[in-house]
Design a protein around this ligand. Structure first.
Ligand code: DAH
Length: 363
């Protein structure tokens, strides 16, 4: 049998195939189940043993040659395809990147970071307490006796009673102020105590200046021989530093809180320029106005003793401040409710750079 004509024909077909689909077609024509070489293989059975040996060997060689050639051609076609893509698909690496919106720090978080940085410098450390409290820590231990009218002013959210709760003191509630942390901290730590704490507080109230959830900061200083002078010095330094105004007028006004004796509210000075509020000392004294910024006082002896300390040995001062109000004043944010709306436009306008955090040590 002469296979050279067939070989030439198949080799030409393989060489002429210039894409993978055509090449696969050639493979089927030559080597497929009904291919040309396969058909010839099928005729071997009709030959005499001697002839079969000879022709069989020849066909096997042809089969191997053709399939090697197809493989080589396939590699060549793939290489050509890749070269063509490399030549065509250009990537312009000089294009500028798409603008990537950076997240921002919420003004309340910014204020907390600033406060930590101011008070850390004065030697205070940061404590925490739970949002779900009991009547004891929110009221009784803070010298609000059961039935005291000051309790009513807090518009407390109570939680449903649990059958394990037996007395009034165990009633669960959402804390109405962070003063609860004073109690928890004094019960666990020995004086001298210098702590600040931040937290969410809850009161059933909703209007232009009140939201049912808001943030407070609490500070507590307990040691021997602490006086009102320490309170005044610490607080006036603090408000000047927080608002960044060295000659900010600060006024202490007598006030009442069940857990202080005496109690004082702290006001800071402002004045109006073309109808706009300006914090600081008014150019003319008769234009000086005052804004209440926080509540403070000497810790009531009853509070100190309800935490297991002897009020004759230890005294201290404390204060509590609403963070939304302080932040609104410092950064000129007009609406309290916007703090809780998670509006990204508001956040990108009033938010702060996450890569530039307050840190007095590096200032
Ligand atoms: N807890 C008070 C409030 O929510 C604020 C306050 C007043 C805290 C006087 C104090 C303080 O620590 O001494 O209105």
């Amino acid at each position: 049998m002469d296979t050279s004509a067939l070989k030439k024909e198949l080799v030409d077909l393989v060489r002429a195939a210039n894409d993978m689909t055509t090449l696969e077609g050639v493979r089927v024509t030559a080597l497929g189940k009904k291919g040309r070489i396969t058909d010839l293989m099928k005729t071997l059975g009709a030959l005499s043993p001697d002839e079969r040996k000879l022709v069989g060997a020849e066909l096997n060689v042809l089969k191997d040659e053709i399939s090697d050639l197809i493989e080589k051609q396939a590699l060549e076609l793939k290489k050509q395809e890749l070269d063509a893509r490399l030549a065509n698909e250009e990537l312009d690496v000089t294009l500028s990147v798409r603008p990537n919106r950076k997240g921002s720090i919420h003004p309340i978080s910014q204020t907390m970071d600033e406060l930590v940085s101011i008070f850390a410098e004065m030697g205070f450390s940061v404590a925490e307490g739970p949002d779900i409290e009991d009547d004891f820590h929110n009221f009784t231990a803070l010298n609000f006796p059961i039935g005291h009218p000051a309790r009513e002013m807090h518009d407390t959210f109570y939680l449903p009673m649990d059958e394990r709760e037996t007395g009034e003191s165990q009633k669960k509630l959402l804390r109405t102020h962070t003063s609860t942390v004073q109690i928890r901290h004094m019960m666990k730590n020995k004086p001298p105590i210098r702590m600040i704490c931040f937290g969410r507080c809850y009161r059933s109230d909703w209007d232009m200046t009140h939201t049912p959830v808001f943030h407070q900061m609490e500070a507590l200083y307990i040691d021997k021989n602490v006086t009102m002078g320490h309170l005044k010095g610490c607080l006036s330094d603090f408000v000047k530093s927080f608002f960044g105004i060295d000659d900010l007028p600060v006024r202490f006004r007598p006030s009442f809180f069940p857990f202080t004796e005496p109690g004082a509210e702290v006001d800071i000075g402002y004045w109006k320029e073309n109808g706009e509020l300006r914090l600081g000392k008014a150019p003319k004294p008769e234009n000086q106005k005052w804004l209440e910024i926080l509540g403070s006082g000497m810790v009531h002896p009853n509070v100190i003793s309800s935490c297991g300390l002897d009020p004759k040995e230890y005294q201290g001062f404390a204060f509590g401040m609403g963070l939304e109000r302080a932040t609104m004043l410092k950064y000129g944010i007009p609406d309290l409710r916007s703090f809780f709306e998670s509006d990204t436009r508001w956040l990108s306008h009033y938010g702060f750079d996450p890569l530039n955090r307050p840190n007095r040590a590096t200032r």
